[in-house]
Design a protein around this ligand. Sequence first.
Ligand code: PRP
Ligand code: URA
Length: 209
Amino acid sequence: MGKIFVMDHPLIRHKLSLIRDKNTGSKEFRELVNEVAMLMAYEATRDLPLTEAEVETPICPCKTKVLAGKKIGVVPILRAGLGMLDGVLRLIPAARVGHIGLYRDPETLEPVEYYCKLPGDITERDLIVLDPMLATGGSASAAISFIKNRGCKSIRMMNLIAAPEGIERVRRDHPDVDVYVACVDEKLNDHGYIVPGLGDAGDRLFGTK
Ligand code: PRP
Ligand code: URA
């Protein structure tokens, strides 16, 4: 069964409080979402394999470790996942980026795919799927299914805020996927919004509506 990692580091919690605040404008919101994504990426890459290396310090030769060069791919779910991308790339600049466009039908709450462009060597990469919100879990589950259908096996999911329902859905549909979240909120409201949540992540990032 996939593991759930709740990253409740004080810096993440503090920044998340600012993100939730309805008085935080788009500019600050965007900066904060990227900062939290960067901090989360630090935790979500804790198990990357290392290999032996040797460097010369100014004093003497030194046996040390470097990343084993495992290939990483980052897949933001459009639109709101884009808000996390720069923060993650700041830590993992060599990662390739795939995009999946999905929106949630406001009536049925079912995800509708409208775009998918993935790197050619995607099946060889460890993938991190990005979306600030895991609400019903429909979008995340569909995005993970799309990339699995293209042959990807190693997938982890990173969300700022999750509802228990969304976590349950991803665990049920994709028991092999680990989920990294900054906070698990209380519930969903009648419109499928996370309570207390942060409102509509895409609208707040891009100033729409
Ligand atoms: C939001 C969010 C997730 C989805 C979560 O996207 O970014 O992708 O809703 O809801 P779910 O877990 O119930 O599927 P939205 O559909 O609003 O599209 P947008 O990013 O283009 O605004
Ligand atoms: N999508 C959002 O942007 N916010 C929510 O609370 C739920 C889905």
